[in-house]
Write a protein that binds this ligand. Structure first.
Ligand code: FAD
Length: 443
């Protein structure tokens, strides 16, 4: 069947297997033709081709909760459980996931494989920093338990390892107690990139922070943005069922690609900036509006047209972040190929995982409608990112080349060494891992 990642580019034909239980999953691995490469797929929310291969194995059946340990605040669940499902169980009890990405519709397996980060990386690190254990199904069909203190190397290769060490079966996650289902949020206006950096620096006390940027603004307004800040708060009005999903809307069909052009994007960015500037007052909002604003619009990925879109997310070290991001924004604004959604986050220190994306600095994510003429622009952006010792996020990538990957992830060789030990025949590989020279070349 034809499948894609969230960006709907590239589209490939693959054998998609939906095992119904653990023994059928094990059989799939052990009976697999050695020439066929496999990769696990969770909720399909990675943008590019990290969950695409000749043969794709869905983790959907692993949707069980096994333990909710109320005294230690941990939850153990299958890798196919979504973060949304966990929050529905936890929020009414006053607990929260320590790290959530910008959508709740990702699986636990996908969150571990990409070692996802949230709006609180500068405070709490990544999703995998809060795992106490995982169970991994290896290429030979054996189960292996790993944690920060047991089979550590395999643990650190699997966290952020994009499904290349094996299939994650379940995980135990450390939760946090929160005062309620609400977030006290407020927004601040930055008239340019320099002001935005200052706002991040001056508001480090907030648990969550993220900025929306007008990526088409030029000249003295380059990088004008709105910084959104938030903290968990008890709801004084004791509103019920705050954890329930709101009624949403659906994008019923692909938006014609020609509607997304420099003029329409500029109009959107201008209007959004002005509206948010006027409405920058403190507010108490439900957690899902604050963390997952786009989850309310089903199939919003159709907005970019039938050819799909790419997200370009890069990270640059703190000291050169201003210069690097200004250079990228300058190129993007000049090209006119902008996006509605440009998101800037401040990141804290890196962890021990070999391929995890976050490290001290800033990360900017930009969405672009797919068109052939986009690719040369992104190659120019790659050069800027590499010149400033940065890297691109694997979970968003559909096109990075081997040179860019290896320069950005200096621990790739250590990762490859562990992969060879746990998967000596190279069973697990994705289109992405072959493209960036992380798998095909190893075997
Ligand atoms: C709207 C939106 C906002 C986002 N915001 C953020 C954000 O703020 N921060 C962030 O870090 N990411 C963000 N992401 C990216 C997303 O969190 C990651 O791509 C995540 O990996 C998706 O999980 P998934 O279950 O959909 O995995 P998939 O897309 O299905 O797979 C992603 C990777 O995980 C592997 N994988 C999946 N399940 C397993 C398993 N059981 N065992 C082994 N490997 C497995 C796949 O092989 C693949 O390499 C966002 C994505 C969207 C669509």
């Amino acid at each position: 069947m034809e499948i894609t990642g969230w960006g709907r580019f590239p589209k490939v034909t693959a054998d998609v297997h939906e095992p119904v239980d653990f023994s059928s999953l094990q059989m799939l691995l052990t009976n697999n033709n050695p020439a066929t490469k496999l990769v696990a797929r969770g909720a399909g929310r990675s943008y590019g081709d990290s969950a695409l291969a000749q043969c794709v194995i869905s983790s959907r059946f692993m949707d069980n909760f096994s333990t909710l340990d109320e005294s230690n605040l941990t939850i153990r669940c299958g890798a196919g459980v979504t973060l949304d499902a966990i929050l529905r169980v936890c929020v009414p009890r006053g607990w929260f996931l320590p790290v959530v990405p910008g959508t709740s519709h990702v699986s636990v397996g996908g969150a571990i494989a990409a070692d996802v980060h949230g709006k609180n990386h500068h405070v709490d690190g990544t999703f995998c920093d809060h795992l106490t254990a995982i169970t991994l199904l290896l290429a030979n069909g054996d189960l292996l338990s790993c944690s920060p203190s047991k089979n550590q190397e395999i643990f650190h290769a699997t966290c952020g390892g994009m499904g290349l060490t094996g299939i994650i079966i379940d995980a135990t996650i450390q939760l946090r107690a929160v005062p309620g289902a609400f977030i006290q949020s407020h927004s601040l206006v930055a008239n340019n990139l320099r002001e935005c950096f200052e706002l991040f620096e001056n508001n480090q006390g907030n648990h969550y922070s993220v900025a929306w940027l007008d990526c088409l603004a030029r000249g003295p307004a380059l990088g004008r943005s709105i910084l959104f800040l938030g903290d968990h708060i008890a709801d004084r009005h004791k509103r019920p069922a705050a954890y329930q999903t709101r009624l949403g809307i659906t994008v019923p069909f692909n938006t014609p690609g020609f509607l997304l052009n420099r003029q329409s994007m500029t109009l959107f960015n201008n209007t959004y900036f002005k509206l948010k500037r006027r409405a920058s007052k403190p507010a108490t909002v439900k957690y899902n509006s604050f963390f997952f604003p786009l989850d309310n619009i089903a199939n919003w990925n159709r907005l970019y047209g039938a050819k799909g879109f790419l997200q370009y997310q890069f990270l640059v070290p703190k000291d050169s972040a201003y210069e690097a991001i200004a250079a990228v924004l300058h190129k993007v604004a000049k090209s006119g190929k902008g996006s509605f959604l440009s998101v800037l986050k401040k990141m804290g220190p890196a962890n021990k995982n070999y391929l995890s994306f976050p490290a001290s600095g800033f990360t900017l994510a930009l969405d672009f409608k797919f068109e052939r003429s986009l690719l040369p622009l992104l190659e120019q952006l790659d050069e800027i990112v590499l010149a400033y010792s940065g890297r691109l996020y694997l979970a968003k990538d559909a096109r990075m080349n081997e040179k860019v990957f290896k320069a950005g992830y200096p621990q790739w060789e250590k990762f490859a060494e562990i992969k060879r030990k746990v998967d000596p025949k190279g069973l697990f590989a994705s289109l992405q891992s072959d493209r960036i020279g992380l798998t095909d070349a190893l075997y």
